[in-house]
Design a protein around this ligand. Structure first.
Ligand code: SAH
Length: 320
């Protein structure tokens, strides 16, 4: 049997049908970034069915309300820097509850497979002979930026997006910051707030411009949401000045300058800085006759190292 055939014939990690049969089964449910209205209908159905829920601490109260009042809720939070439930214990608990015949939901913030240890939990359950169903959720690194108007893969400025951790595994290698700095991808950094200074230093050392647009979004889609637009070079100061707290995602890339009038005015303010610079892609967009950010601004935009400067004239409405 060749490798492909043997891969296809082995049992899949994830069941395509919901956990409704009598065999032991656990449903990993993505709770989204916070706003309960961002839950999928499938997630709500699973929450309503559950008799036991193992819940991460990033899961909002509004999402938990979809559990039945009779459901047993087990808190298994793992927030960085705080006491956390050992992963092996969570695995054992899920297996034990499923074997007892409970309808078990493992409720995780965002998407279970995006920095959610969903893959490890899936493997542990499968090894114990428990079926697994996975219900994806909106991940904070896409829904958070979207909530403030950042399209992380705006094709005018970014060929794609990289979701990366700002927090290397114990003893493990962190992301390859030089490669990421060169990639031209929008960088969305999870778990990066407390390490923002080292992330920024690594990107600057790799040659990324200090004027690269950036944004920080804290507690996205919750009533506590706060955010700031800034530049790579001012990000650390802005986080401190604005007292932005976890959970938060950092967005670094030209797309952050296209998010709306606040973002674009920050982008244009950059030109008052010694390193004032806009990439060709952003300057072209801001130079369009219908660009909302134009009124009130009069700036010279450098379109890249070799291109002639572009002047935005607010009154005449022309870019030169
Ligand atoms: N599985 C989750 C990520 C878990 S890792 C997901 O797909 O979203 C935890 C990190 O996610 C936090 O440190 C933070 O960087 C990010 N995060 C989670 N919820 C967030 C929110 N509401 N606002 C901003 N960042 C959030």
């Amino acid at each position: 049997m060749n490798t492909l055939t043997s891969t296809m014939s082995s049992s899949p990690c994830v069941s395509s049908s919901p956990c409704v049969s009598s065999s032991p089964c656990v449903t990993l449910v993505g709770a989204g970034p916070g706003d309960p209205d961002l839950l999928t209908i499938k997630a709500v159905k699973a929450l309503r069915r559950a008799t036991v829920a193992l819940v991460d601490d990033l899961v909002s109260a509004g999402v938990r309300r979809y559990l039945r009042p009779s459901a047993r809720v087990i808190e298994v939070g793992k927030r960085g820097g705080c006491a956390s439930t050992p992963q092996a214990y969570i695995h054992k608990l899920m297996v034990a509850e499923a074997r007892r015949g409970e309808r078990v939901v493992r409720l995780k913030g965002g998407d279970p497979f995006v920095f959610g240890r969903g893959g490890e939990e899936c493997d542990a359950l499968r090894e114990a002979g428990i079926e697994v169903e996975v219900i994806g959720g909106l991940t904070a690194g896409i829904a958070g930026p979207a909530s403030i108007g950042i399209a992380v893969t705006d094709r005018r400025c970014a060929p794609g997006v990289a979701l990366v951790t700002g927090h290397a595994r114990d003893g493990g290698a962190g992301p390859d910051w030089p490669a990421l700095a060169r990639s031209g991808l929008t960088l969305v950094i999870y778990m990066g707030l407390t390490r923002a200074d080292s992330v920024v230093s690594a990107l600057l050392a790799a040659g990324m411009s200090p004027a690269m647009p950036a944004a920080v979004i804290s507690a996205a889609t919750t009533p506590m949401q706060r955010h700031a637009f800034c530049m790579l070079g001012t990000l650390v100061r802005v986080v401190a000045d604005e007292a932005l707290s976890s959970p938060a995602v950092l967005v670094i890339g030209e797309v952050a300058a296209l998010a709306g009038s606040v973002a674009t005015s920050v982008a244009l303010d950059r030109l008052d800085q010694p390193q004032g610079w806009l990439s060709p892609c952003v300057s072209e967009i801001l130079c369009r006759p219908d660009a909302p950010a134009r009124s009130g601004f009069r700036h010279t935009l450098n379109r890249g190292h070799d291109d002639p400067p572009v002047r935005i004239r607010a009154r005449s409405g022309r870019c030169r």
